[in-house]
Design a binder for this molecule. Structure first.
Ligand SMILES: Cc1ncc(COP(=O)(O)O)c(C=O)c1O
Length: 374
């Protein structure tokens, strides 16, 4: 059997990693400023993370959601404490798409409606309703197109007010900082208008924090830069530092009932151990503050490079915009400078999504390499 060929691959084979350092099968070292697409939050093979997962594996890897699992409760408690979202309940699943799928389903259950408002250049995953709310027709199959989604331009106050007045929608879903789309953000005024109108019209506000959450923006959640409170928050990526895990934080005003949501693997013991380890390291190493401080340092350094036309994003969720397409630059960064970076739907944007415990020296190395590659 061969692999179903859907990924255009760089010719690099990583076999070992520590912190932001990655080694390939020939022993060549790379620096990871991409974090495997914003997934690596506390660094590859962090010792506390490895220890916790190994210890859990020795105890028990999995049991289903038909028995008590104190690890899930410990995780919910810790996540509430660290994020400041104590007034939400946690439902665990396995990926970002699945988190959004459950969030959209909850919104529809809650309101009895089915139409969705999403935004231009959004990315919410590849499953049924999540992909329908993703602004990319090429990954929407006819079966997904049955969902009714209205895409509005980000920060278009009039278009938003007109749409929501129709009272046909169950939810507004948005990323506080767009990831795949290219680091555009709603303004605080726009986000606050959305929150206010959602309340007035009994529409569920979903903040997709799959990429921007877990400290990456310099606050636990990126919506927290805007003084709003979503109804549902979806999480994944940095939550497990590479262990596949996702979830939704559901405001306590939503009442659960048995069987309303469910999953076989979601919230399994290993996933909880990985997720607890991530939160423990975020806290003990002050990584959210580090993301904020190092994000500011990164911007200072970026300002010294004339080819960079714009720096987008917050904290360590950053996009560098050039006046040319960056595919060749990204290739040079990997193959010649041995540094992983990311791309976006906006082809002129190079993305910087490192682990949150990088140092100023790491950023200096990045800019030295970038200058050479330019
Ligand atoms: C904002 C956002 N939401 C959802 C997803 C989907 O997550 P997953 O690939 O884990 O299904 C992604 C993935 O890139 C994302 O960036």
């Amino acid at each position: 059997m061969k692999l179903f060929d859907v990924y255009p691959l760089y010719n690099v084979t990583p076999v070992k990693a520590k912190g932001i350092e990655v080694w390939d099968d020939k022993g060549e070292k790379y620096l990871d400023f991409y974090g495997g697409h914003a997934v690596i939050s506390i660094g590859h093979t962090h010792p506390h993370y490895v220890k916790r997962i190994k210890e859990q594996l020795d105890q028990m890897a999995f049991y289903s959601n038909s028995v008590q699992n104190p690890l899930q409760e410990a995780l919910a408690q810790k996540l509430g404490d660290l994020s400041g979202c104590e007034n939400y309940d946690l439902f665990m699943c396995n990926s970002g798409a699945e988190a959004n799928e459950n969030a959209l389903k909850m919104a529809s259950f809650h309101t009895g409606n089915s139409k969705v408002i999403a935004f231009t250049n959004s990315f919410h995953g590849r499953t049924s309703a999540a992909v329908a709310a993703t602004d990319n027709p090429s990954i929407n199959a006819p079966i997904n197109k049955q969902q009714e989604v209205t895409f509005l331009p980000l920060n278009d106050f009039d278009a938003f007010e007109k749409a929501i007045e129709s009272d046909e929608y169950c939810t507004v879903i948005l990323e506080a900082i767009q990831g795949v789309g290219g680091l555009d953000e709603p303004t605080t005024e726009f986000f606050q208008l959305i929150a206010k109108k959602c309340k007035e019209h009994n529409v569920v506000l979903i903040a997709d924090e799959v990429q921007s959450g877990y400290g990456r923006s310099g606050k636990f959640f990126a919506f927290q830069h805007h003084g709003i409170e979503p109804d549902i928050i979806s999480i994944a990526k940095g939550m497990g530092n590479g262990f596949p895990v996702g979830g939704i934080l559901i405001h306590e005003k939503f009442k659960p009932s048995y069987g309303l949501l469910g999953t076989t693997f979601g919230g399994n013991h290993l996933a909880c151990a990985a997720s607890l380890a991530v939160l423990e390291v975020l806290e003990s190493e002050n990584l959210i503050e580090n993301a904020s401080e190092l994000g500011a340092y990164f911007r200072e350094k970026a300002a010294e490079i004339p080819e960079i036309k714009k720096v987008k994003g917050r904290g360590l969720m950053i996009g560098l915009e050039f006046d040319f397409e960056v595919a060749d630059l990204r290739k040079k960064m990997i193959l010649e400078q041995h540094m992983f970076t990311g791309s976006a739907k906006n082809k002129k944007l190079l993305r910087f999504l490192p682990a949150l415990n990088i140092t100023k020296e790491d950023i200096d190395l990045f800019f030295e390499a970038l200058k050479k590659a330019l």
